[in-house]
Design a protein around this ligand. Structure first.
Ligand code: ZN
Length: 219
């Protein structure tokens, strides 16, 4: 449980910020229902030499979870350009360790360094477009007790769920909630269970995701 409890973001962001961040530029279309699933664009960059089959399955897992919110994900496996700034885009780095400045800050403020994921804060204090995920920490938390490493399918499932959680921070401009996809901590069962019913988006969160595209509802 201690290992799992390390999973948290540095700065919980009040969901109340959502309105002030998004309403301005989207006023013209606000309130209009989405006629079809909208697509978030994700750049995924792996520096941890994962098998392509693991990455593919992790993407599929994240896509399945986001489909609950009537949202699609499109993926690019390239990070040659500067990180995206569009509110419907994000970049996910899979890394051996979180970058040292982040670990230093986590250690000094929270006494924790071995988190699974972290969203860089954008100017203004909301979750930005750059996400780091520490693959070894995900492996550790997805492992069965006494096993060194989860098998490929278990790792892919866990990675997909952590990616989804961090993307939810990004696109919802939100900190943690008690239940659902933004629950904290993510425990072993959340990472690996066949049953994903606990990893839901609330109806309010679905509306918020659609507001990123200037529309509401899942029509
Ligand atoms: Zn989180």
């Amino acid at each position: 449980m201690n290992a799992i409890s390390r999973y948290e973001r540095l700065l919980p962001i009040a969901s109340a910020l959502l309105g002030s961040c998004l309403v301005g530029p989207l006023l013209a279309e606000a309130g209009r229902a989405c006629r079809e699933p909208k697509t978030f664009r994700i750049e995924l960059c792996d520096a941890t030499a994962l098998e392509s089959s693991v990455l593919r399955s992790a993407r599929d897992e994240a896509a399945t979870l986001f489909s609950q919110a009537v949202v699609r994900l499109s993926w690019e496996m390239s990070c040659d350009t500067p990180p995206p700034t569009n509110p419907s885009s994000a970049r996910v780095y899979l890394v051996p360790k979180l970058p040292q400045p982040i670990r230093n800050e986590l250690a000094s403020k929270h006494g924790k360094t071995n988190l699974m994921g972290y969203v860089l804060t954008a100017p203004g204090g909301t979750p930005g477009s750059v996400i780091y995920i520490a693959t070894p920490a995900v492996k550790l938390n997805a492992s069965r007790f006494g096993q060194e490493s989860p098998n490929e399918s278990r790792l892919a499932r866990a990675l997909g769920r952590v990616i989804t959680h961090e993307l939810a921070h990004r696109f919802l401009r939100s900190g943690h909630t008690r239940d659902g996809i933004l629950k904290e901590p993510f425990d072993h069962r959340d990472l690996t269970d066949d049953d994903i019913s606990g990893l839901f988006f609330t109806s309010e969160q679905v509306r918020s995701l659609h507001q990123v595209f200037g529309c509401q509802g899942g029509g």
